[in-house]
Design a protein around this ligand. Structure first.
Ligand code: SAH
Length: 381
């Protein structure tokens, strides 16, 4: 059984993009699974296939293999090997062990939280392989949880559930990150529990000192905890009361002071401006405002607005740490947005560091969807 794609589908795979959408699939098996992809008689790739999904073909290997499942699990092996040293060095740390397409493991995310693993598979063909995946992960952790509650699964025709694949899954795990520790709600948190992609950027905050810092879109305290080591006052802002409750617990766990404000960031920044407040450092880590290409224009304006407001709130020489996790807002557009925000605020922005997602979230240049996080540290002048 094989998948046949048209010329456009073939061009994508030949250029080493991993996806072929349904419109470019000529024929294929009736059931989801792992199959070879052909353009006429030419072998192109091995792929995870789901005829029910618009994202029908997700390639994971560009050479044939006798056992397609084994070949896919070898990619997992390679991904784990790349993290091995970090896990040995920091068993209490938090790392992404598998970054889906970035590790040639389409639709599979595996996150490690201080001895506990959370798996999230959003491509149909993984479902049958879960026992093998769990067996491979077992020696690395005390528990392995399938957190299969992502909406993307429904689009694939997969059931939604959260269930242990191995071991006793505690309600929470404790992760050491730089000089702070934080709790991860394994069963109920956002995504797989935390945002590991910003780990190194959060640790970067430990190098700064000052009077007042503001952490906007704080989730469970992430950046704020690190800032509280060096700033006299740190305020965490989020619209989720749940997230802020966690932020307060995390602050107590570290014996660090953290003020929390439950508010819509757009309104709150405007209020601070009206009140004439000023800060030495502001972090902006908004959710993906652009979910698709269609809402990019609206999203661009939203990013620009929060950045413009933050720039106005910063003291001369203050630091803006600004991020975007929308893949659709490219790096070029991200810096254009920051430039326009600075121009409108009549302030100059000097680049201190241009950064992105952590090393354990690898980027494939030929599959740009794997590059989503931009992070800029800027000095406001
Ligand atoms: N900085 C965090 C991750 C942030 S995730 C970390 O490093 O862990 C984005 C957060 O933005 C979520 O917690 C979400 O609840 C919050 N959020 C979304 N829309 C918001 C809004 N309009 N105002 C304030 N917070 C918002």
């Amino acid at each position: 059984m094989r998948i046949l794609v048209n010329e456009r589908g073939a061009e994508r795979l030949l250029s080493r993009h991993l996806w072929v959408f349904r419109r470019d699939v000529l024929s294929g098996p009736d059931e989801p699974g792992l199959f070879p992809v052909y353009w006429g008689k030419r072998f192109l790739a091995l792929a995870l296939y789901n005829p029910q999904s618009d994202l029908t073909v997700r390639a994971y290997r560009f050479r044939p293999a006798h056992d397609p499942a084994q070949a896919l699990l070898e990619n997992l092996e390679r991904a784990l090997l790349r993290r091995q040293e970090a896990l040995e060095r920091e068993p209490q740390g938090g790392f992404r062990l598998a970054h889906a397409e970035g590790d040639f493991l389409p639709g599979l995310v595996v996150d490690y939280y201080g001895g506990h693993i959370v798996v999230q598979a959003t491509a149909h063909a993984w479902e049958a392989l879960l026992p093998e995946v769990a067996a491979r992960l077992r020696p690395l952790a005390q528990s392995v949880l399938a957190k299969h509650d992502a909406k993307a699964r429904a689009l694939e025709g997969l059931p939604l559930y959260v269930r242990p694949l191995w071991g006793q899954v505690p309600e929470r795990a404790v992760v050491q990150e730089g000089r702070v520790r934080y709790l991860v709600d394994l069963q109920e948190g956002q995504k797989t529990g935390a945002y590991l992609d910003q780990r190194d950027n959060r640790i970067l905050m430990e190098g700064y000192r000052g009077e007042r810092a503001l952490d906007v879109f704080s989730y469970a305290g992430g950046f704020g905890l690190h800032l509280a080591l060096g700033f006299r006052e740190v305020v965490s802002v989020d619209s989720s009361a749940e997230a802020l409750k966690r932020a307060e617990e995390n602050a107590r766990l570290n014996g660090l002071p953290l003020k929390t404000v439950e508010a819509n960031a757009f309104d709150y920044l405007r209020e601070l401006e009206r009140a004439g407040e000023r800060f030495d450092l502001i972090v902006l880590d908004p959710p993906a405002f652009a979910k698709g290409r269609k809402d990019l224009e609206r999203a661009y304006r939203a990013y620009k607005e929060v950045n413009l407001r933050a720039i106005k709130l910063l003291k001369e020489g203050g630091l803006l740490a600004s991020a975007s996790c929308s893949h659709h807002l490219t790096e070029a557009l991200f810096y254009q947005m920051l430039t326009e925000a600075a121009q409108d605020a009549h302030r100059a922005l000097r680049v201190v560091e241009r950064r992105g997602q952590g090393w354990d979230h690898p980027i494939l240049l030929t599959h740009p969807e794997t590059h989503y996080l931009k992070f800029a540290l800027l000095e406001v002048l």
